[in-house]
Write a protein that binds this ligand. Structure first.
Ligand SMILES: Nc1nc2c(ncn2[C@@H]2O[C@H](COP(=O)(O)OP(=O)(O)OP(=O)(O)O)[C@@H](O)[C@H]2O)c(=O)[nH]1
Ligand SMILES: [Mg+2]
Length: 270
């Protein structure tokens, strides 16, 4: 079942989005920041399928002394993300992307959740801002979420709301799938042949084979001669290659490197 966490800072239009989705007024919307006080599960049927959307209280900018309401909304947001299978990070496209937006994005990344960056209030741009320019800006600000697709919506008019849900449904479905060992290791061979990390000292890094150990998020173990020969930036690039060469485009993937003396399948040997 699709379970969406609708997260973001105050007043960006989260509750408006939830109502547009449910096609009725299920939660309170107002121009006053801090309208939603607690996370609520809104359950509805879509195309004969049950779907749950978690509307959350907007996260407020952190004060110098954090008050209990701020702390509460942050931890409730983290909790909603945990309970979801896809998170929707709602942004107000007519305003700057702030530190709070980034913090919430980082929470999504650390939980390795499929995510859509939702640029809401697109009507207010009045056709002046090309989507590609906004996307560039958002990607620059939300570095960790590089895997997440962006959707431009006007929740108030229900525009692109359905398309966003269809996208979420697709992400959820693909995040739950497993690839066969054959396909996985063919992709790994290509990656290994094209992009090996540079040699460190005298020892050459070697990649033997991989196995998928979990889905949602897709999680892999790659057996190598020595994990220490694979620096963090190479590990990140491996994640990008996995998205590129396997059907995990636009999804978070987790990769663990594990030591193995040599490949039992005889691969990766000179
Ligand atoms: N122009 C425009 N205004 C919007 C849009 N979506 C929401 N709004 C307005 O933005 C204000 C805040 O909307 P809410 O849905 O209450 O925002 P929220 O994110 O749930 O806010 P909190 O619950 O306080 O965190 C309201 O005045 C909405 O009418 C949109 O697509 N375009
Ligand atoms: Mg709200």
């Amino acid at each position: 079942m699709l379970k969406l966490a609708v997260v973001g800072r105050q007043n960006v239009g989260k509750s408006t989005f939830v109502n547009a989705l449910a096609e009725e007024e299920r939660v309170i919307v107002s121009e006053i920041p801090g309208t939603t006080r607690d996370a609520v599960d809104v359950r509805f049927e879509k195309d004969g399928r049950t779907c749950v959307v978690i509307d959350t209280a907007g996260v407020k900018k952190r004060g110098r002394v954090q008050d209990s309401i701020e702390f509460y909304s942050q931890s409730r947001t983290a909790q909603a993300i945990r309970r979801s299978n896809v998170s929707l990070l709602i942004l107000d496209a007519s305003a700057e992307i702030t530190k709070v937006d980034k913090q919430i994005g980082d929470e999504v990344v650390s939980q390795a959740k499929p995510c859509i960056i939702v640029a809401n209030k697109w009507d207010l741009s009045g056709g002046q801002v090309p989507p590609s320019a906004y996307e560039k800006y958002a990607r620059d600000r939300l570095r960790g979420l590089s895997y997440a697709p962006i959707s431009f919506i006007t929740a108030k008019e229900g525009r692109k709301v359905q398309a966003t849900i269809d996208l979420a449904q697709g992400l959820h479905k693909r995040a739950s799938q497993r690839v066969g060992t054959g396909e996985l290791n063919r992709a790994l061979e290509t990656i290994r042949d094209r992009h090996l990390p540079a040699m460190r000292g005298t020892k050459a890094p070697k990649i033997y084979y991989a196995t998928q150990v979990a889905s949602a998020p897709p999680t892999f173990v790659i057996f190598v001669n020595d994990p220490l020969l694979f620096p963090p930036d190479y590990r990140r690039s491996l994640e990008n290659r996995f998205r590129e060469y396997l059907p995990f485009e636009e999804l978070p993937v987790r990769i663990f490197l594990r030591r193995r003396q040599s490949s039992p399948r005889g691969e990766g040997e000179e």
